[in-house]
Design a protein around this ligand. Structure first.
Ligand SMILES: [Fe+2]
Ligand SMILES: [Fe+2]
Length: 166
């Protein structure tokens, strides 16, 4: 097992983890976009897919600016979250209920990312890597905005259901 002894090591570990997570997500978001029945939700997933590609590039920039070497590793947390979304897709018919499930799955992903980038920003600050922090913060803001957008979809789905029941 590799030992992580310093803040530096932890920063590299966490950056490598989120790099793997983002790469896995580019594939998963394409699937969510194809699966969503609501065209606006499908578009929202597509938009975030494009943002996610930019986020991978931002990590490349962080690597360039800090001169660190990323570790080859798989983010198993993201693998699990994506697996759960895939199970929903396998088990449910396309439609508004599956859409609500996709929104919930995507929000779990965003919360993982928000926690990761928040911690990375804090560690980067401790290390005095302010250029890296700026890049990571830009991604953090995109993840937060995506989470808010998804909350709107979740509320919209709830309102529509309430209307149907009246
Ligand atoms: Fe992301
Ligand atoms: Fe995200």
């Amino acid at each position: 097992m590799t030992q992580r002894k310093t803040v530096d090591d932890l920063f590299v570990h966490m950056l490598s983890d989120i790099y793997s997570a983002e790469k896995q997500l580019t594939r998963a978001l394409a699937k969510l976009s194809r699966t969503a029945s609501d065209p606006q939700l499908s578009d929202a997933f597509k938009t975030h897919l494009e943002e996610t590609q930019g986020q991978v590039e931002r990590i490349d920039q962080v690597v360039e600016k800090t001169g660190i070497k990323l570790k080859r590793m798989k983010c198993v947390a993201m693998e699990g979250l994506i697996e759960e979304a895939a199970e929903l897709i396998d088990e449910m018919e396309k439609g508004p209920v599956l859409d609500a499930g996709l929104v919930a799955a995507a929000q779990k992903v965003e919360h993982y990312e928000i926690a990761s980038y928040g911690s990375l920003c804090a560690l980067g600050k401790q290390l005095g890597q302010m250029e890296a922090v700026e890049l990571l913060r830009a991604t953090l803001e995109e993840e937060k905005a995506t989470d808010l957008k998804l909350s709107e979809f979740a509320e919209k789905a709830g309102n529509e259901k309430a209307k149907q029941q009246k």
